[in-house]
Structure formats: structure tokens, C-alpha cells
Design a protein around this ligand. Structure first.
Ligand code: TMP
Length: 396
């Protein structure tokens, strides 16, 4: 792959490495230069630095998908659809996190693969067979010896986190039956570019896929996208329904062509579009900084809401620290009481809807705006203000 660099997001920490007070004193945090490139041949977009997966996905991984109603609903709806449409015999979920998807299935019909041991232990305790491993050919071979026919593989917000795509797809091909289906969902590059959500880029998000890049990638492994769905999750995602080339059971849905046309019309096949995006990011950064500076000049109290991994990119790029944001509210047990990577802003346990904690609230988890605004409707009704950076920095 020959990546042409188009975006420089400066020095960034590992987005899920929350710090204790002791860590802060020891000053042992490491920063990595976050740059993003575009491969004109495959249309793949990737960050340029390779950080070891073992460093990022360990036994202290804090992110839990089950803490959001939006994610739970999305997984439940998909499970119902999968059972109705494909009625699979046996499913493997790669990156099963804390079980939000697999818990919708019979324990005899699904297994999880999850390298973060603390997360894998959650689904093991729920009674689901879970391999606490990284997804690779060794594991695929081991599983295939035990389960004969696997006709569905599912991976949500996981493939974009794995550097070695050869290993990913060769292992899937090894395990998936010829009539089997692979479903992948990940943030959509088109949506990211449309709303300038540059925070989709952080050290764990090695790739941000478009249908263009997914299609050209899959060709190499004799796999093909036969349908897609646009999702609102994670700020705009694409769900890809994929089959083996040799499987003629499914027609290619017209939505595939429509999405490809939209991506080409937007210019995702041209490097110039990537340069434009980089300029949009710079403007977004300047505007957000200007909003914060103005509010702080008027001594306004600002806090953050939802310490998402994405937020790290914004705070580091815009150089926002605890002088600006007093703390972040978050519901995640493994984040509260700790300090955010990079900015070192304190994470406070969210207990109840906002009252008068601050003059302004920075919406870190902007991708859950609907869910959060619904929860905080009283605060909003009383005139409480939020700050967001998408689709452009503003106060709402
Ligand atoms: P994500 O965008 O990577 O899923 O992260 C969202 C973060 O926001 C996660 O740390 C949980 C947190 N969160 C809240 O604190 N309150 C909420 O109501 C929601 C939906 C998320």
C-alpha cells in the first residue's frame, strides 16, 4: 500500500488509556504522531503509524457498548433481522466486547472472540463461549476443528481496528462456509468527511472504510458486498453484507451501486478531496478553539459530556485541557475517577440528569446526541447550552 499523507493530527495518546493519579505523577504517558493517508490504488484510508495491538487492547479496556441504549437497540434489531432473513446455524462475533450483540442469541448458536480479557470475562460469565484472543488464522483453525459449519461471521467496529487485513480476511475465509455471510459494520468515510468528524481518527481506528475501499479490498479475497445499510451509530456507519464470490444465492442490491455513486460524486476516489478535508479540519479546529476562548474570557464554566475515545483527538488537536473543561461526565465504570489520556481532564461519574453543573456542556459523545438530549431535556428546557464540533463548531 502506498499511502499519501493528507492529514496531520499532531501528537496523540492512546485513546482508551485512562490515567490514575499515580500515573499522572509518574508522567509515564506516551504520545504518538497521528497522521492519516490515502492509497490511490485501493482507495483505503489509514493512519500511518503502527502501534502494537497488545498495547491498545489489554485487560483494562474501558469501552463497553452495552452502556448505550442506541447501541443495544441497534444490535437487537440486527439480531432479529439476521434470524428472520438468514436464519444462521452458527455465528462467530469478532470483537464481542461486553456481549451487546451475542446476548440476543441462543448460547449454543454463537461464540465470541475478544482480545480484551476483562471484556471476554463478561461474556464468559454470561455463559457464552468466548475466545479471549486476537482474531487470526491460528484461532480460526482452532475454532473450525470444534465447530463444523459456520455460516455467519459478524464484526462491528472491529475490523477498522486491525492492522493486518490479509490475516483478517484469510481467517474469515477459512472459517466461513461457502454459503455463509460476513457482516461488517464500521464508521463510514463519506459521513466522516461530510460532517468533518475528524475525531473518527484516533490510534485504535487504523482504517476508516468507504464502500469503495471495502469493495476493492474484498476482491483480493474473493469476497463481495451484496448489500449495505446506512447506520446512525458511531456518527454514521456502513453495514456491509458480504458473500463469497462463488455464492450466487444473493443478488447485488441496488443500494450498493447507489452508495458507490454517492462516494464517487463526493470525490472519495480523488486525492484532492482529502486535501480539502484536511483544510476543513483546520477550520473546524480554529472555530472550536475560538468558541472556548470566548466563553473562558467571560468566565463561563464548561464541562464535558461523554468521554468517548474520539474526544481525545479533538482535545489534543485543539489543545484543550482542564483549564478550559473542568471535568467530563461519563457512565463507564473503568473511566470514572481517572484522567483522560492526553488532556488529563478528570472523569466524573454521571449519576443523574444535569441541573446547573455548568454554563456550557461540551458534547464529547456527539454520536449519541439524540439519546443524550432526550436524557437532558429538562436542562435544555431551562436554557442549558451544549457545544458541539459537528458538522461545524457551534453552541446549541
Ligand atoms: P463512543 O462514542 O466511543 O461509543 O463513546 C461514548 C462515551 O460516552 C462512552 O464513554 C460512554 C459515554 N456516554 C455517557 O457518558 N452517557 C451517555 O448517555 C452515553 C450515550 C454515552
Amino acid at each position: 500500500m502506498m499511502y499519501k499523507k493528507f492529514l496531520d493530527l499532531g501528537l496523540q495518546p492512546l485513546a482508551n488509556k485512562y490515567l490514575t493519579k499515580k500515573d499522572l505523577i509518574k508522567k509515564k504517558e506516551r504520545l504518538y504522531h497521528l497522521e492519516v493517508g490515502f492509497d490511490e490504488n485501493t482507495k483505503l484510508v489509514s493512519i500511518l503509524k503502527n502501534i502494537s495491538a497488545e498495547k491498545m487492547f489489554d485487560n483494562k479496556y474501558p469501552y463497553r457498548s452495552s452502556l448505550s441504549k442506541t447501541m443495544l437497540n441497534s444490535f437487537k434489531k440486527l439480531a432479529q433481522k439476521v434470524n428472520k432473513t438468514f436464519n444462521p446455524n452458527f455465528i462467530i462475533e469478532i470483537g464481542s466486547n461486553d456481549g451487546s450483540f451475542i446476548k440476543n442469541f441462543d448460547k449454543k448458536k454463537i461464540i465470541g472472540v475478544e482480545p480484551c480479557t476483562n471484556m471476554a470475562n463478561i461474556t464468559k460469565n454470561m455463559g457464552y463461549k468466548t475466545y479471549s484472543n486476537f482474531w487470526n488464522i491460528k484461532l480460526a483453525k482452532k475454532i473450525k476443528l470444534k465447530v463444523k459449519s459456520i455460516d455467519m461471521v459478524y464484526a462491528a467496529n472491529t475490523i477498522s481496528h486491525i492492522k493486518n487485513l490479509d490475516s483478517v480476511f484469510n481467517s474469515i475465509n477459512h472459517i466461513l462456509s461457502d454459503k455463509g455471510i460476513l457482516i461488517i459494520e464500521d464508521p463510514s468515510l463519506l459521513e466522516c468527511f461530510k460532517i468533518v468528524s475528524y475525531d473518527q481518527f484516533y490510534n485504535e481506528h487504523i482504517y476508516i472504510f468507504s464502500l469503495l475501499s471495502m469493495k476493492s479490498l474484498l476482491k483480493k479475497y474473493k469476497l463481495e458486498v451484496f448489500n449495505i445499510e446506512k447506520l446512525s451509530t458511531h456518527g454514521g456507519s456502513l453495514r456491509y453484507y458480504i458473500k463469497k464470490d462463488s455464492n450466487n444465492k444473493f443478488r447485488i442490491n441496488k443500494k450498493v451501486k447507489e452508495q458507490l455513486n454517492q462516494e464517487i460524486k463526493f470525490g472519495l476516489n480523488k486525492f484532492l478531496t482529502y486535501i480539502k478535508f484536511s483544510k476543513n479540519v483546520d477550520n473546524s479546529r480554529k472555530k472550536l478553539r475560538a468558541i472556548f476562548s470566548k466563553l473562558k474570557k467571560h468566565n463561563k464554566k464548561i464541562i464535558g459530556y461523554g468521554s468517548a475515545a474520539k474526544v481525545c483527538t479533538i482535545l489534543s488537536l485543539c489543545n484543550i485541557k482542564s483549564e478550559t473543561l473542568d471535568y467530563f461526565f461519563d457512565t463507564t465504570p473503568n473511566k470514572v475517577g481517572k484522567y483522560m489520556p492526553g488532556s488529563h481532564i478528570y472523569v466524573k461519574k454521571y449519576i443523574k440528569p444535569l441541573t446547573n453543573e455548568a454554563d456550557y456542556v461540551f458534547l464529547g459523545a456527539w454520536n449519541f446526541k439524540k439519546e443524550i438530549f432526550n436524557k437532558e431535556r429538562k436542562f435544555i428546557k431551562r436554557g442549558g447550552k451544549f457545544i458541539t464540533h459537528v458538522p461545524f463548531p457551534k453552541i446549541i
